[in-house]
Ligand binder design. Structure first.
Ligand code: NAP
Length: 320
């Protein structure tokens, strides 16, 4: 089978398309024919060797993908050959024509979602779901600022928050991203590349502030996020690429809090809930992953460059 293999940590050029043996599922494992691979920013940090999780070399990247079950190992009862599925983490890596996953890592993909959409389910929707429901403990009628609403996690957050009954503000830096956030459910959108947009957000709340911020770039925005909070407001740190100085006093008068998590640390019951919620949303049409660009698997290095560029508009998906 064809797969992307990384033999040394480094820039996008270390992603090599190679022919390697197709793996066979052992007991408790499932072999999935991958039809779409979701590219996530963390794939690039891991490839650089700078991420908290450092795989042993060589490795095939990717936790997100969708396709059909090709074969199951002994003892697997959850899925059978031919089933449409999405994967949430893998054993052998999703940047490949086939991937081995544990039975617990494979989930039914409702008919309404294409394989490319299914490739954009786990990290974006898992993160947005956990951020809103578990971390922020969001309630209908609250206001959420999705700071970075044009990318994978942001669009998922917009759709989930809107369905939950929140007032949704979203930000992006391109007209395409702003239009997308609005189309997917944001009540109001703001351009985070323009000066004065934070004042516009505060004005849009009538000066009260937002209850929740889902933050995609905390090293840039955490300090100003704190100043946007209403009483008992919560900033949820999702993305962060460096250090920032903050003044805790900005939280004190507001009884504000900063919460943070990584998706890898979800408990098994949390994961069960997240997948049940996501599958229901995919089924009833509330959740509609947005595929911004499809590229052949051979262009994985291009995908790793583009995922970090400004102007996000949905998911980048690789087609094996
Ligand atoms: P993505 O699809 O590449 O989207 C990135 C988003 O960040 C875009 O909406 C982009 O907007 C926005 N952004 C860029 N500059 C910004 C700024 N100055 N202020 C606010 N937003 C800005 O990435 P993603 O998959 O949505 O992930 C977003 C971040 O969360 C990444 O850093 C990722 O590593 C992290 N993440 C963390 C977890 C976790 O477990 N904690 C899970 C998933 C993702 P424009 O392009 O329109 O400027």
């Amino acid at each position: 089978m064809k797969a992307i293999v990384v033999h040394e940590f480094g820039g996008p050029e270390v992603l090599k398309l190679e022919e390697i043996p197709t793996p066979k599922p052992a007991a408790g494992q499932v072999l999935v024919r991958i039809h779409g691979v979701g590219v996530n920013p963390y794939d690039t940090y891991m490839r650089n060797g700078t991420y908290a999780v450092k795989p042993s070399l060589p490795y095939t990247p990717g936790s997100d993908g969708a396709g059909t079950v090709e074969a199951v190992g002994p003892g697997v009862g959850k899925v059978k050959a031919g089933d449409r599925v999405y994967v949430a983490k893998t054993v052998t890596g999703a940047y490949a024509e086939y991937a081995i996953v544990l039975e617990s890592q494979v989930h039914r993909l409702p008919e309404k979602a294409s394989f490319s959409q299914g490739a954009g389910v786990w990290v974006p929707y898992g993160t947005a779901y956990h951020a809103l429901y578990h971390s922020a403990e969001a309630n209908a009628s609250e206001t959420v600022l999705i700071h970075g609403a044009s990318g994978g996690v942001g669009i998922a957050g917009v759709q989930l928050a809107r369905a939950l009954g929140l007032t949704v503000f979203g930000t992006a830096s391109s007209q395409k991203g702003l239009d997308l956030a609005k189309r997917e459910g944001a009540h109001q959108v703001f351009d985070h590349s323009k000066s004065g947009y934070l004042e516009e957000i505060m004005k849009a709340t009538g000066g009260v502030g937002v209850n929740i911020v889902l933050e995609m770039l905390a090293n840039v925005n955490l300090s100003s996020d704190m100043k946007l909070l209403s009483t008992n407001g919560r900033v949820i740190v999702i993305g962060n690429r460096g250090e920032i100085t903050i003044n805790p006093r900005d939280l004190m008068g507001r009884r504000g809090s900063i919460r943070a998590f990584t998706l890898w640390a979800l408990t098994a019951p949390e994961e069960t809930e997240v997948h049940a919620g996501i599958i229901a949303g995919l089924e009833n049409g509330t959740l509609r992953p947005v595929v911004g660009k499809e590229l052949p698997l051979a262009e994985a290095s291009r995908a790793h460059v583009e995922i970090l560029e400004p102007g996000a508009a949905g998911k980048i998906v690789l087609l094996p």
